[in-house]
Design a protein around this ligand. Sequence first.
Ligand code: IP8
Length: 258
Amino acid sequence: MILVKLGGSVITDKGKLRSFRKLTCERLAKELWRARDSLTIVHGAGSFGHIRAKEHGLHKGFKRKSQLGHVAAVQRDVRELNLKVLEALIDSGIRAVSIPPAAAATFRGGAVASFNPDAFRNMTQLGLSPVSFGDVVPDEAMGFSICSGDLMMEALAKEFEPELVVFCADVDGVFDRDPKRARSARLIPDFGRPSLKLLGRSDAQHADVTGSIRGKLERMLAIAQHCEKCMIVNGNVPGRLERAISGKEVISTVVLPG
Ligand code: IP8
C-alpha cells in the first residue's frame, strides 16, 4: 500500500477562507493515478478548517456554547473540501471513497483513543481507495477536538505498514530554516531524530491548530517506523509526487525512522 497525505497548504490557499486549488488538486490526482497502486489518501483541511477553527479556539475543545455553530460550520466545510478532492480523484480514474476520521476512530484529549481499521481494510481489499481527512471530531475528554490528517496518517501507518508514505507539502522538504523567509535555507535530504536539532528556533509562531512544524516532524519520525520509506515532496512542482510514488529519484526529504 502507498499512503499519501495531500497537505492543506497545497490543495487550498491557506490564507483565504474556503479557497480550493482545483487545478493543483486535479494535477496531483492525475499523478496519483499514474502510480496504479493500492492507494490510501488523507488530505489536510487548509483554509476549509484552520482559519475558523483557530478563530474560535476549536482545538482547545468545548469551552462555551457559542463555539458549537462553528464546530458545525467547520465540519461542513471540510466535507465540502473532501467532496472536491473526491471529485478530482474520481475524474482522474481513482476509485476514491470517503472515510471520515470519526467513522474509524475515537478520540481523547486530542489523540486517537481507539482505531478500527476495518472500513479501510475492506474498501482497499475491494480495490477502492479510501480517502480520509482532517476534521473536527467528538472527544471523550474535551467534548470535541481537531483530528489532524497527520493523526490519521499515523494510525493508518501503524495498522497497515505501507511500503511508502508520502507527504505532499508546499515546500521541497525539511529545511534548516524557513525557506519562505531565508534564501540561505538548506534542504535536509535525510531527516532523522538528531536532525531536529538542526531546525531553527521555535516555530511556534507558524503553528496552526494542529501544531508546529516540529510537532509534525515528530509525528513523521514515528510514522517512518511503520513503513519502508517515508518522504516529503513538494506538491506544487509538477511531477514530484509521481516520481516519488514510482520510486524514481526526486528532490525531497526522506524521514528516517526515529
Ligand atoms: O490540515 C486539520 O487537519 P490538518 C483539521 O491535516 C481542521 O492538520 C478541522 C482544522
